[in-house]
Design a protein around this ligand. Structure first.
Ligand SMILES: Cc1cc2nc3c(=O)[nH]c(=O)nc-3n(C[C@H](O)[C@H](O)[C@H](O)COP(=O)(O)O)c2cc1C
Length: 394
């Protein structure tokens, strides 16, 4: 689908338009929440929108390596308002203003200067910036990024300090780490990180060498949470590892004492896991609407198929055979139009408007304690210049 797009930078135009004052995130925004984890590929825009629709408090974008975004061209779709940061051959990062109040952009970096440049490139479209200090894959660690930072705390903290110093104060800076093999080393690292001025720290409760299938060591987190509290620094610690959804997040909170819980794999399988009652039979309850949304926002077809191929849920009416057949059909299809009979009607705009309505009118749903976050209550995304207004968001 080709659309005429307005190319960036339009900040002067945008400043000239009447723009509602944006409320922004604070360290409190990272408390009492259930968050969508950063996930390369699986954490694409339509999945983030679905997660927000179903109650995720904040959403992390997939890790983008610093250099990748630096020369991207920012393009706004004049019909949908989708913002794409386009590289030479593909979109490096895609977002929409309706998710901005809840969106954390994750950077892969081993350089304070590049990290700052990368963050400044996207800062107008996000609410926070997170540093990936946990990716164990060689493409990250070879270059000193991801989990390599865990054993280079000087550089890790230098990047965080630079981001905090150079970014506008309303943009939060946070970090996501893994556990180190020893508890004492983990605490030493955590102390250094929380003293850099970050707004939150997520701990993926696996060590660098653990496989994703090994059970997360969430019971190790309580001592770390209490250690941070003991430092007298009010920085929320977010627990990550093996949480299955909103209900299960209460268990994780209870065990760890963490402020909030972050979910990856379970959300990749069912982005409605943030709801107290997640959708069952995703083949009929989620996939058709996901396809409609993806078509409307012009989501890349291969990415759409990949994300759908990861979907699974408990089944009540859909049989295993029906679920497999549906996935096989979608995987074979060459484009959205081969699936018209599955989606009923391609009213992707209606799908999008419904999601925008829900996100625009959402109220924080605390996990355990009642806490009204006024800065989010009235948060409304801005409408980019040249894009039709979303009446429900005004
Ligand atoms: C498909 C996929 C992609 C991921 N990409 C990222 C990423 O870009 N950045 C990151 O910090 N972690 C990434 N992770 C790790 C998750 O954010 C999370 O830390 C890990 O999966 C543990 O959470 P879980 O037990 O809920 O899956 C990814 C995980 C998955 C499954």
């Amino acid at each position: 689908m080709t659309r005429t797009a307005s190319s960036s930078p339009p900040p002067d135009n945008e400043r000239a338009t009447k723009r509602p004052k944006l409320e922004h995130l604070t360290p409190d925004s990272f408390k009492n929440g259930v968050f969508l984890a950063p996930m390369v590929r699986s954490g694409a825009l339509p999945t983030r929108l679905m997660a927000l629709k179903h109650g995720a408090s904040l959403v992390w974008g997939p890790e983008v390596v610093d250099k990748a975004i630096l020369h991207a061209e920012r393009v706004v779709d004049p019909v949908t308002g989708v913002i794409s940061y386009n590289g030479k051959t593909r979109a490096i990062f895609t977002t929409h203003p309706i998710e901005k109040p809840y969106l954390i952009y994750q950077i892969g970096s081993a350089s304070p200067q590049l990290a700052v440049q990368a963050a400044k490139t996207v800062v107008q479209d996000v609410s926070g910036v997170d540093l990936n200090c946990g990716c164990p894959k060689p493409f990250s660690t070879h270059a000193g990024m991801g989990a390599a930072l865990l054993t280079n705390p000087d550089l890790l903290c230098d990047i965080l300090t630079s981001l905090r110093r150079e970014l506008p104060p309303h943009i939060t800076v946070s970090a996501k780490i893994r556990l180190l093999p020893s508890q004492e080393d983990t605490k030493r690292l955590v102390e250094r990180i929380v003293r850099t001025g970050v707004s939150a720290l997520t701990v993926h409760c696996r060590t660098r060498n653990m496989r994703p299938r090994e059970a997360a060591l969430i019971e190790r987190l309580r001592e770390i949470v209490e250690f941070v509290e003991g430092l007298g620094i009010d920085i929320p610690v977010v627990a990550n590892g093996d949480c299955q959804g909103w209900e299960d997040a209460k268990r994780v909170k209870q065990i760890t004492g963490a402020s909030s819980v972050m979910i990856a794999t379970a959300a990749e399988a069912n982005p409605s896991c943030f709801a107290p009652t997640p959708l069952q039979d995703v083949e009929t309850t989620m996939i058709p609407s996901y396809l409609r949304l993806c078509k409307y926002i012009d989501n890349h077809w291969a990415l759409t198929k990949f994300c759908i191929s990861q979907f699974r849920s408990t089944r009540r009416e859909v049989t295993k055979e029906q679920a497999n057949d549906l996935k096989a059909r979608i995987i074979k299809a060459k484009g959205f139009d081969e699936l018209t009979d599955l989606v009923g009607s391609w009213s992707g705009e209606a799908e999008f408007t419904k999601i925008a309505d829900i996100i625009g009118s959402r109220r924080p749903r605390p996990l355990l304690t009642v806490r009204i976050r006024n800065h989010l209550r009235h948060a409304r995304p801005w409408v980019p210049a040249g894009v039709r207004e979303y009446p429900n968001l005004q």
